[in-house]
Design a protein around this ligand. Structure first.
Ligand SMILES: *Cc1c(COP(=O)(O)O)cnc(C)c1O
Length: 418
């Protein structure tokens, strides 16, 4: 009943309390359906005004005097982000540096806080930069990095993880939503397992922040990092966030001793003595203009509300999975994202032997923008703040018709995959 289903999608859009927020983004051509907001979010229109204001009215007019209000932006925007999206308490979140750098700082700090323990644990399906950062720390400090296998449906195999966490483990470092299959791990369970052995847990929330409601403080998390250019729509190069539970601040020291982490910074002392609070995890002068982009992105998600965004996201991904089952199975596709809602992040992964060519053909011939992760995964992210139910319906119909007609077969796939 395809046409009846499109009618249903139209009804869902008509009843959607978040429908109007789609208009808040810079326009795309009508026919384009953007399903890659989990890789790079679209620019909110408000962001352009915010950046323009920051440059023309603040930087250009106030010049160096503007530092008066710029100095607290990393923690002000951090608090906005933390309380709106992470379930953080004020004073626990800062926006600074990049995800990889924040991961390095916090993983190093965690290991240093567990002297005598020689093991770090991660999962095989963690994001590459997370593997590399942990490998580097372990190589330099003579620690053992234990990589537990991924579960078939994505995320760490929780049984293997539990067996790997013992008295020698200093740190467990995982992604909450795995970047390929979109599997959501149960944070509370892993935190409890690690704490029972005295280990700290560091979560990479890059594919979770803005995609699923988070309750870091209530779920007993220790440390977290994540990026802002995916579901937070802050733009390329926007700074990442880091979160450290308040009672851990005093006991953790990060490895890059910069002047923005220094207590009473402008006393210009020559001996490093870190700030007591979250600012001790900062290093450098903040990227002020892009911090405004983070602020605008978070405000927009806050206006929607994470609970409503999650409800719509589950409805969109649920519809996507149903249509993929109905139309695409016979064309060689398999839905590889977990089906239970409690295990699903914000995107859906489809496996197909010819995924790379199909992804390219979708962009070139059908104006649908997915992304490809080798060797055989197409990721589709119907981000709830900017995607309609009819977009999901139309994107899947275009994908079906394209593959059914073999329109992907003459598409060239050379060059870099991005
Ligand atoms: C996107 C992403 C990153 C990005 O790291 P950068 O340092 O910002 O380039 C890191 N970790 C995960 C899990 C990601 O999805």
């Amino acid at each position: 009943m395809p046409d009846a289903q499109r009618g249903l999608a139209e009804q869902l859009d008509a009843a959607d309390p978040l429908a109007h927020l789609r208009e808040r983004f810079v326009d795309l051509p009508d026919e384009v359906i953007y399903l890659d907001g989990n890789s790079l979010g679209r620019p909110p229109a408000a962001t352009l005004d915010r950046l323009d204001l920051e440059v023309r009215s603040v930087w250009a007019r106030e010049l160096v005097g503007a530092w008066e209000h710029w100095l607290d932006l990393p923690t002000d925007v951090g608090d906005l982000l933390g309380t709106t999206l992470l379930g953080a308490r004020p004073g626990e979140t800062v926006v600074a540096d990049t995800t990889s750098i924040n991961l390095y700082k916090l993983a190093w700090a965690a290991v240093a806080a567990r002297p005598g323990r020689g093991t770090v644990v991660t999962s095989a399906d963690n994001f590459p930069t997370d593997h590399y950062v942990l490998q580097g720390i372990c190589a330099h400090q003579g620690l053992q990095l234990v990589t537990v296998p991924a579960a078939a449906e994505g995320g760490p195999d929780l049984g293997a993880l539990e067996r790997a966490i013992g008295p020698d483990v200093a740190l467990v470092s995982l992604s909450l939503v795995d970047y390929r299959l979109g599997a959501l791990t149960d944070m509370r369970t892993v935190n409890a397992q690690a704490h029972a052995s005295g280990a700290l847990v560091l979560w990479d929330l890059s594919h979770a922040a803005g995609a699923v409601p988070l309750a870091l403080a209530a779920d007993g998390a220790d440390l977290a990092v994540g990026c802002t250019y995916k579901y937070l729509n802050a733009g390329p190069g926007a700074p990442a966030f880091l979160w450290v539970r308040g009672d851990l601040h005093a006991t953790l020291t990060q490895p890059i001793w910069g002047w923005f982490g220094q207590r009473d910074q402008f006393a210009m002392a020559t001996e490093y003595e870190p700030e007591p609070g979250i600012r001790r995890f900062m290093v450098s002068s903040p990227p002020v203009v892009l911090l405004r982009a983070v602020e605008a992105g978070v405000e927009l998600l806050g206006e929607a509300g994470m609970e409503r965004l999650r409800a719509k996201s589950l409805a969109l991904t649920g519809m996507l999975i149903d249509l993929a089952d109905a139309w695409l199975r016979e064309l060689g596709f398999e839905v590889v994202t977990p089906r239970p809602e409690a295990r699903r992040g914000g995107h859906v992964a489809l496996r197909h032997a010819d995924a790379r060519r199909i992804g390219r053909a979708l962009i070139e011939k059908a104006a649908v923008i997915p992304d490809f992760r080798g060797p055989d995964i197409l990721r589709l992210a119907p981000v709830p703040i900017a995607t309609r139910f009819v977009d999901v319906y139309d994107a899947l119909a275009r994908l079906r018709d394209l593959v059914r007609n073999g329109e992907h077969l003459d598409v060239e796939v050379t060059g870099r995959v991005t």
